[in-house]
Design a protein around this ligand. Sequence first.
Ligand code: GRG
Length: 296
Amino acid sequence: MTQLTSTMQQFQVRVNEQLEKHINYSSPASIKLNEAMTYGALLGGKRVRPFLVYAVGQMLGSKLETLDPIAAAIECIHAYSLIHDDLPAMDDDALRRGHSTCHIKYDEATAILAGDALQTLAFDILSTDIEYLLPQPQLKIINILAKASGEKGMCAGQVLDIAAENTAISLIELETIHNAKTGALILAAVQMGALTKADIDPQEFALLSRFATAIGLAFQVQDDILDITSDTQTLGKPQGSDQELNKSTYPALLGLPAAQQKAQDLYKEALHALSQLPYNTQLLELFSHYIIKRDK
Ligand code: GRG
C-alpha cells in the first residue's frame, strides 16, 4: 500500500466515524430520515473533500480533532448534493456508488428531506465549539462553506449545468460550470483546512487556493474522461443514453487526447503552486497525481 492510499484510508475511517457520530438523531418519527441520511452519506464514496481538509490542515500543524468536524461538515454537503442530484427532477439516476440511489431505496420525499437535513447538519456541526479553533476563524470557515454550497457556488453550478443541457457551449462556459459545481467545494475544503492555522499568511492562503482551483478542475476533467473510458461510471445509465449525450464534457469539446493533456496541465499548475509553499507538500503532490490518474 502506498503512502497516499494508506493516508486516504486513515482519513476515510476517521471521517466516517465522525459522520456516524453526528448522524445520530432518531425519534420514532424520524428513524426513516436518519436511515436515509446514513445511507446517502456513508455507503461508499472516496472522501476526497475530507481528505483535503485533513491533509492541508495537518500540513499546517493543526490537530486532527480540530479538522474532524470540518471534514464531516463538508462531506455532509457533498452527500446532500449527490442525493439531490440523483432525484427525478435532476439527473434521475437509479444507481450511485454501485447501489440504489436514495430516492429509489426510500422514496422521493425522504430523499429530499435527507438531503436537506444533511445540509443543515453541516452547519450544525460547524457552528458548535471546535477544539483549538477561535471563534473568528470558525466564523470564516462557516462562511466559506455556505458560499461554496449555495447560489455563489455549487447550486449556481448545478443551475448552469441544467441550463446547458442540449445546448452547444464553449470551453469557457464549461469551465465556469465546473468551477462552480465541483470546484467550489474542493476549493472550500482546502481553504477551510488552511484557516485552522491561526494567522495563516495571506500569500500562502492564495497559493493553496490556486492549488485547489487547479485540482478542482482537474478532478472534473478526469471525471469526464472516466465517463467515456470506464464502464463503472455509466452503470446507472446505459452509455450513450440521451442524458449522457446531452451534456457537454471536456472530451466532447476537445477530443480525448486534448482532454487528457488538459488534466496534465492542471496537475502541473497544482504542483507549481505547491512548490512555492514553505511546507512538506508531498502528500498533496501525490494526491494531485491521484486526481488525474484515478479510475473511479
Ligand atoms: C443538487 C445542489 C446540487 C448540486 C449537485 C456535485 C453535484 C452538484 C452533482 C454531482 C454530479 C456529478 C457526477 C458531478 C461530477 C463530479 C462529481 C462531483 C462527482 C462526484 O464526486 P466524487 O467523485 O463522489 O467525489 P464520491 O462518490 O467519491 O463521494
